[in-house]
Design a protein around this ligand. Structure first.
Ligand SMILES: Cc1cc2nc3c(=O)[nH]c(=O)nc-3n(C[C@H](O)[C@H](O)[C@H](O)COP(=O)(O)OP(=O)(O)OC[C@H]3O[C@@H](n4cnc5c(N)ncnc54)[C@H](O)[C@@H]3O)c2cc1C
Length: 311
């Protein structure tokens, strides 16, 4: 494991000035779905919104800031993440109904919890969140979606803290959503969102959720160490079909393999490193490009430092 030798010095800049938890050389693989990756030089879990704002205001200007939710869409490289990794905690894990068909939720709320809350309150249109791992903050950034719906369809507004510690509100139009993309810059921290559902029949919502769960269980390796879809679907084609038809199924790299259930999912079957996973992804990209001429685009976010990936 690579450690950051100046991590204690970095922490000392914040000691006694913020209230939340500060951990040096935190093994970030503990929270990553892939269970790989190096350390965060400094991990900060703000106690509340004021603590987060204070941190952003007093931090050195050039300090790299990375924000993570459930790390279910992220590959953290093996040499770790320099600077600070911010993970929102309990103060940002709340849901409340603000009107008959709207919900406000903190960015640390698991997306699944929003769907369960909506079910309790007879709100339809949010069932797709039930099977998406991770937090709603991550979903807002990624425009996460499934079964024909995505965050852009339900978002009324989202609140952010910027790099200077100022709070601002954005509409979906400000965010310029596209397929699994947004223009939210990497130093903008989503703290909460307001979303809308539509009044619906509880039995119908239950049926819908069960249908989605059944499909997931059958079609995706959701209990494995994975990062979900590795690549975005090109226009009018499924990435998994391109990968299958290009004969990639047997490709591997160390303990990183392609799922037998879904060819667009890479799995860490035990002791894979982030480098193994990234290398396998690049092998897949190369093979698909050679066979079809199509350049697959990574959907999984790759962050931090690691050995060079050479094919
Ligand atoms: C088994 C499996 C199935 C999946 N299925 C789907 C699916 O059907 N549809 C789909 O769209 N995705 C899917 N994913 C991917 C992933 O679950 C979603 O993208 C999810 O919404 C990411 O949330 P997260 O909190 O884990 O984000 P992270 O992985 O922690 O972060 C993702 C990105 O969002 C940023 N981010 C995280 N939190 C915040 C915040 N508070 N403010 C600003 N930026 C933030 C990060 O910096 C990073 O750039 C799947 C993943 C797995 C492992």
């Amino acid at each position: 494991m690579n450690y950051f030798s100046d991590a204690d010095k970095l922490k000392a800049k914040f000691n006694g000035r913020v209230v939340g938890h500060l951990h040096t050389n935190y093994p970030i693989k503990k929270i990553s779905w892939f269970r790989v990756g190096g350390c965060a030089e400094l991990l900060f879990k703000p106690k509340d919104l004021n603590d987060l704002k204070k941190f952003m205001r007093i931090k050195p200007r050039n300090l790299p800031v990375t924000i993570l939710g459930g790390a279910s869409n992220t590959l953290i490289r093996d040499y770790g993440i320099p600077g600070v990794v911010i993970v929102l905690d309990r103060a940002f894990n709340y849901i409340k109904q603000t009107a008959v068909d709207t919900i406000e939720c903190g960015a640390a709320v698991p997306s699944k919890k929003i769907s369960n809350f909506a079910l309790k309150n007879n709100l339809g249109g949010l069932s797709f969140l039930n099977t998406i791992p991770g937090t709603f903050g991550g979903a807002v950034k990624m425009n996460s979606g499934a079964y024909g719906a995505e965050v852009a369809d339900i978002l009324i507004s989202a609140r952010f803290i910027n790099n200077k510690g100022n709070e601002l509100e954005c509409s979906p139009a400000d965010i310029c959503y596209g397929y699994r993309s947004s223009n939210i810059s990497d130093d903008m921290i989503c703290i909460s969102a307001i979303i809308k559902g539509s009044i619906a029949n509880k039995d119908e919502i239950i049926k819908e959720i069960n249908r989605y769960k059944k499909h997931r269980d059958a079609a995706q390796p959701i209990k494995e160490r994975t990062g979900g879809s590795t690549f975005k679907n090109p226009v009018d084609i499924k990435a998994w079909e391109l990968i299958r038809d290009s004969g990639c199924s047997g490709l591997s790299s160390g303990d990183a393999i392609i799922s037998g259930l879904h060819t667009n999912f890479i799995i860490n079957k035990g002791n894979a490193t982030a480098h193994d996973i990234e290398l396998l992804g690049e092998k897949i990209k190369k093979r698909v490009k050679e066979k079809t001429g199509i350049d697959l685009e990574w959907e999984i976010r790759r962050i931090g430092n690691g050995p060079k990936v050479e094919l």
